[in-house]
Design a protein around this ligand. Structure first.
Ligand code: SD4
Length: 319
């Protein structure tokens, strides 16, 4: 068990050049913050499901998995799991990843027919020598683990897809009804961090397209000495900048979670000329329980739970 007040982290302090390696070895005292659950969009029920575990002294890993399963099972959430919008060929294909406090990671991408990809990602992490299983291999593994094969395309998502086919005009949407991809990170009573991220990806994407959400360091990154970060929005923009890893590394070098999220967004703004046409939002939670949230476009909300109370807050935005 970690002593909450005197957790000693190995942390770099933003020093460059020859002294950098030394800086990486510098022991810094980080006070461990109060237990927290933080998730993208207005995923209140997901936070509550996670908090049920945190409040009983459970592990952050169990909390984030429990939370992520809520939108995965919700047929009305068209961005995650069951009921997710299909690709342009009508296939619902799911991406998810999870990381624990020891830096272990598991992930699935292009997974079809399984309602809870986050649970499969956890099994990849815990039961295989690998990090990422894709497509049929991920499906075979899930079935071997006892997951049920299901039709995930709801009537509503099928109708929406058929309507879309009339024009087949592909335009990634910004802020889909405030309950887009869920990235959820948590700090438990033992002072440990974990995170999960799960999505059906962009509606009407090309067949075979995989976004940032299942890629460790892009859609999610957790370093138990420093903090955790997750992303939502146009995965391609996040992949090109390895956004969640960037946020955590900036925090390691002394940035606050807010500063780190802002810099990761600015990295996209500076390098990707069409940034006005899409959304990317980052959330970060430090070991000390501090929160950061920043996006390109306004409208990025997030849910935070501390002391059993959940609030949905507006993140700041660049535009
Ligand atoms: C993706 N990042 O597949 C996901 C989509 C998303 O909010 O986050 N939407 O690119």
């Amino acid at each position: 068990m970690i002593n909450r007040r005197n957790f000693i982290a190995q942390s770099a302090i933003g020093i460059t050049g020859a002294t950098f390696a030394n800086a990486c070895q510098t022991a810094q005292t980080v006070s461990v913050g109060e237990p927290t659950v933080l998730s993208t969009w207005n995923n209140i029920k997901a936070n509550e499901a996670a908090w049920q575990i945190i409040s009983k002294g459970g592990r952050a890993l169990d909390a984030v998995e429990n939370g992520a399963k809520i939108p995965e099972a919700d047929p009305n959430d068209q961005s995650v799991g069951y009921g997710g919008l299909p690709d342009r060929n009508g296939n619902v294909t799911l991406d998810a990843c999870i990381m624990d406090e020891m830096g272990n990671a598991g992930s699935v991408c292009y997974l079809q027919h399984i309602k809870h990809p986050i649970a499969v990602a956890r099994k990849v992490m815990e039961l295989t020598p690998h990090v990422l299983l894709a497509g049929d291999g991920a499906l075979d593994f899930a079935l071997a683990q006892g997951f049920q094969k299901e039709n995930l395309l709801t009537d509503k998502s099928k109708q929406d897809w058929e309507e879309w086919l009339k024009t087949a005009n592909y335009q990634p949407k910004i802020n889909v009804e405030m309950h887009d991809t869920i990235g959820i990170v948590a700090l438990d009573q033992s002072g440990n961090l974990s995170g999960a991220c799960t999505t059906s990806g962009l509606g009407y994407k090309m067949q075979g397209r995989v976004g940032d959400s299942p890629i460790i360091g892009a859609g999610l990154f957790v370093d138990n000495e420093v903090g955790a970060a997750t992303s939502t929005g146009l995965g391609e923009a996040v992949l090109k900048t390895l956004g969640s890893f960037l946020v955590v590394e900036l925090m390691r070098q002394g940035a606050t979670p807010q500063q780190a999220c802002e810099e990761a967004v600015m990295r996209i703004v500076r390098k990707q000329k069409n940034y006005r046409d899409f959304q990317v939002g980052y959330l970060a939670l430090s070991k000390s329980g501090e929160i950061g949230a920043f996006s390109i476009q306004p409208g990025f909300v997030y849910a935070v739970t501390k002391g059993g109370t959940t609030q949905v807050l507006d993140g700041k935005a660049y535009l």
